[in-house]
Design a protein around this ligand. Structure first.
Ligand SMILES: C[S@@+](CC[C@H](N)C(=O)[O-])C[C@H]1O[C@@H](n2cnc3c(N)ncnc32)[C@H](O)[C@@H]1O
Length: 269
C-alpha cells in the first residue's frame, strides 16, 4: 500500500469517528478564517464545502456517478436530497465504509480509468478526486458515462511538472486545452476558490506545529534517553513517521503558490 492510500484511510477513520460525517475533502470557509484553528471548525467547513458543491448541481440532474467516492459521505448526503447514486473508488477499505452507509447503492472497487458499465448518469461528480486520475482518461470516461454534466471541485497545479511521469495532478491550462481539443464539453462555470479553501491549511499547520510537533519531539527525546529495547524499536520502526511528524508545516503558504482550487461545471455539447 502507498503512503498516500494509507493517509487517506487514516483520515477516513478520523473523519468517521471524530466528525461522524466521513468527508475526505478540504474545508470551505466563505466567512474567512475561523476564530480558533480547531479541527472542529475544519469538520464543520467540510460540511460547508459539500453544501456549496451541491448548490452547483443543475436542476435537471437526478442520476449521479460519484467518482472517487471515499467513505460514501457525499453520496449519502446527496441521496438525502433525492439524488440517485452510484459510487466508484479503488480502495476496498473506503468502500467498506461506504457500503455500511449505503447498503442499497452500487459501490464499485476500481479506478475510474478501468470502469466499464452499461449504466449512464446525468452527471459525473469529482469531489477532490479529479487530480488522482490521468487527465485525458478522466475526461474520456466522463464523456462516456455522463449524459449531461461533469462537476469538479478539486485542485490543479499552477505549473506543469515534467518529472511526474504521468498525467495526473495536471495544470488548469492543460485541463482547459484537453476539454477544448476533445470537444465533448463546454465550460459552464469555472471559479477559482483557492482563497476560501485555504483556512484548511491554516488549521492543519497550527495543529501540526503547535500540538503534534512538540508532542512528538518530547516523545523522541524521552525514548532516546530511556534504556532497554524501546529506543532501538523506536529508531527502527517509528523514526521515519516521527521525523515526518516533527517537521514544521507551512502548507497555508505553499499550497496557493503551487495549486489552485477550482469549482468547474462542464456541460455535454
Ligand atoms: C480526497 S478523497 C475524496 C473522497 C470524497 N470524494 C470526498 O469528497 O470526501 C479522493 C478519492 O478519490 C479516490 N481515487 C483515487 N484514485 C482514483 C481513481 N484512479 N479513480 C477513481 N477514484 C480514485 C480515492 O480512493 C478517494 O476515494
Amino acid at each position: 500500500m502507498h503512503l498516500k492510500e494509507f493517509k487517506l484511510e487514516a483520515e477516513a477513520l478520523f473523519s468517521e469517528t471524530v466528525y461522524g460525517h466521513g468527508f475526505l475533502h478540504y474545508g470551505y470557509f466563505p466567512d474567512g478564517q475561523p476564530e480558533e484553528p480547531s479541527l472542529i471548525a475544519l469538520g464543520e467547513a467540510q460540511q460547508v464545502y459539500f453544501d456549496h458543491m451541491v448548490s452547483h448541481i443543475p436542476e435537471d440532474v437526478t442520476r449521479i456517478l460519484d467518482v472517487g467516492s471515499g467513505t460514501g459521505a457525499n453520496a449519502k448526503a446527496l441521496m438525502a436530497r433525492g439524488y440517485q447514486l452510484e459510487c466508484l473508488c479503488p480502495s476496498e477499505q473506503l468502500n467498506r465504509m461506504a457500503r455500511r452507509k449505503l447498503p442499497d447503492v452500487n459501490v464499485h472497487t476500481l479506478s475510474f480509468e478501468d470502469f466499464s458499465s452499461d449504466a449512464r448518469f446525468d452527471m459525473c461528480l469529482f469531489a477532490e478526486s479529479f487530480h488522482y486520475i490521468e487527465l485525458r482518461s478522466a475526461l474520456e470516461q466522463a464523456a462516456r458515462y455522463a449524459d449531461k454534466y461533469v462537476l469538479i471541485f478539486d485542485y490543479f497545479r499552477r505549473r506543469h511538472r515534467e518529472d511526474r511521469g504521468d498525467d495526473t495532478r495536471g495544470t488548469h491550462a492543460a485541463f482547459l486545452e484537453t476539454v477544448k481539443e476533445m470537444g465533448d464539453f463546454e465550460v459552464v462555470s469555472d471559479v477559482d476558490e483557492t482563497g476560501l479553501i485555504l483556512p484548511t491549511f491554516w488549521i492543519l499547520d497550527h495543529v501540526k506545529n503547535a500540538r503534534v510537533r512538540p508532542f512528538v519531539e518530547r516523545l523522541r527525546g524521552d525514548l532516546k534517553a530511556s534504556s532497554g529495547i524501546r529506543p532501538f524499536v523506536f529508531e527502527k520502526v517509528l523514526s521515519r513517521v516521527a521525523k515526518r511528524a516533527a517537521k514544521p508545516s507551512n502548507r497555508h503558504e505553499t499550497f496557493p503558490q503551487r495549486h489552485e482550487y477550482r469549482l468547474i461545471l462542464l456541460k455535454k455539447t
